[in-house]
Design a binder for this molecule. Structure first.
Ligand code: PLP
Length: 393
């Protein structure tokens, strides 16, 4: 049996797999099983932030694994404490961290903190959490319900109570009541279509929630880890949320999820936990990833890469206004809104044939999430292939 047959026979069909199998990669380059080469504008959906097969991360992991991989959270874990220190320093906020294994798990942790905070502070139990339409917060039962997309709520019920959906940022105020403990938003909706929130509205929301004693949770699973140019999109928007969640890019390919919060004494021993969360494997990788990304940012290299990428994206947009409606996104989380969902499917297919991998977001957005370490040569090659792909459909 070849790999595709093996997969079809033994793996549950929860993913609409594309007909390609990658066997190796280096930075923003990929090679498939037939030896065909590609430029990767996806970074595993925003995960391989420092590129494929990053030597520094691989060395850090190997060095750690030759000593100890896992010991459980019953004991001190040096790389976990160091990763927490680096995350807090990078955020510029006075916070502490809890480590899990995925974005959904980080959001579960955030919801637990918000709900316990809402239960132990004040006379009325506060448990409601307002989220936005078109949001995406994960695939567990609770985070599926937190996700404001009706289609995601088919089957799987009954769900936990208390999630309320706002059509947009302006509607949130009218949905607040005495039982609301938190509002959870993405500052740039990723799966929803690479849609950035308006800065003035976000700042107004931060103030409103402070005044009303309601917590602000920012889901930075996709935006965090310098994806939008600064360590957090919250830094770009100059806000200080009560809770921030992270995953994806801060592990560089190793599964990790983090809840960061300024509410340091809400959860106490026994309230929350994870067997694998924060173990030596994931946190030694995260320490190295954060060091690389900090260097990339402080040297100005990341800003140059973002500028260069956007120049290319602008040219592509200007030359193809018959296909694209507008450019969207922030930093290296960007996209082009396509006039028609069928054209988008054709572009993605043709791009793959022409050796450049891209993503779809929402119904009709061509999404770019390249490694933050992508080089000018890789960007040039990717856009050349994409131009060919578009002109050949
Ligand atoms: N939150 C956001 C904003 C995401 O983009 C995602 C995944 O795409 C998640 C949560 C869920 O993360 P995970 O798949 O690691 O559970």
């Amino acid at each position: 049996m070849n790999i595709q047959e093996l997969d079809k026979k033994y793996v549950l069909p929860t993913y609409a797999r594309q007909d390609v199998e990658f066997v190796s990669g280096k930075n923003a380059r990929l090679v498939d099983v037939n030896g065909k080469k590609y430029i990767d504008f996806t970074s595993g959906i925003g995960v391989t932030s420092v590129g494929h097969a990053n030597e520094r991360v691989n060395n850090a992991i190997c060095e750690q694994l030759s000593n100890i991989t896992h010991i459980s959270n019953l004991y001190y874990i040096a790389s976990q404490a160091k990763a927490a220190q680096k995350l807090v320093a990078a955020s510029g906020m006075d916070m502490q961290c809890f480590f899990g294994n995925s974005g959904a798990e980080a959001n579960e942790g955030a919801i637990k903190i918000a709900r316990k905070h809402g239960e132990i502070n004040g006379e009325i139990k506060k448990y409601k959490i307002i989220t936005l339409q078109h949001s995406f917060h994960g695939r567990t039962i609770t985070t599926v319900k937190a996700t404001g997309q009706e289609a995601m709520h088919n089957y799987f019920g009954p769900f936990p109570d208390g999630f309320v959906y706002a059509d947009n940022m302006q509607q949130i105020e009218s949905l607040l009541d005495d039982h609301t403990c938190a509002v959870m938003i993405e500052l740039v909706q990723g799966e929803g279509g690479v849609e950035p929130q308006d800065i003035a509205q976000v700042k107004a929301l931060e103030k409103l929630l402070k005044d009303r004693g309601v917590l602000l949770i920012v889901d930075e699973v996709q935006t965090g880890g310098f994806r939008t140019g600064k360590f957090l999109a919250s830094n770009v928007y100059s806000i200080k949320p009560d809770i921030v969640t992270l995953a994806k890019g801060i592990g560089g390919g190793v599964p990790i999820g983090v809840v960061m919060t300024s509410l340091k004494d809400v959860l106490t021993a026994g309230d929350h936990g994870s067997t694998f969360g924060g173990n030596y494997l994931s946190t030694s990788a995260t320490c190295e990833v954060l060091d690389i990304l900090n260097e990339l940012s402080s040297s100005g290299e990341l800003e140059n890469t973002i500028d260069y990428f956007h120049t290319k994206l602008d040219i592509l947009f200007e030359n193809n206004k018959d296909i694209f409606i507008k450019k969207v996104g922030v930093g290296l989380m960007c996209g082009l809104r396509v006039k028609d969902a069928d054209i988008l499917s054709a572009i993605l297919e043709s791009a793959k044939k022409n050796g450049v991998m891209l993503l779809k977001a929402g119904r009709n957005t061509l999404r770019f999430l390249p490694a933050l370490t992508i080089t000018k040569e890789e960007i040039d090659e990717g856009f050349t292939s994409l131009n060919h792909a578009i002109s050949s459909i």
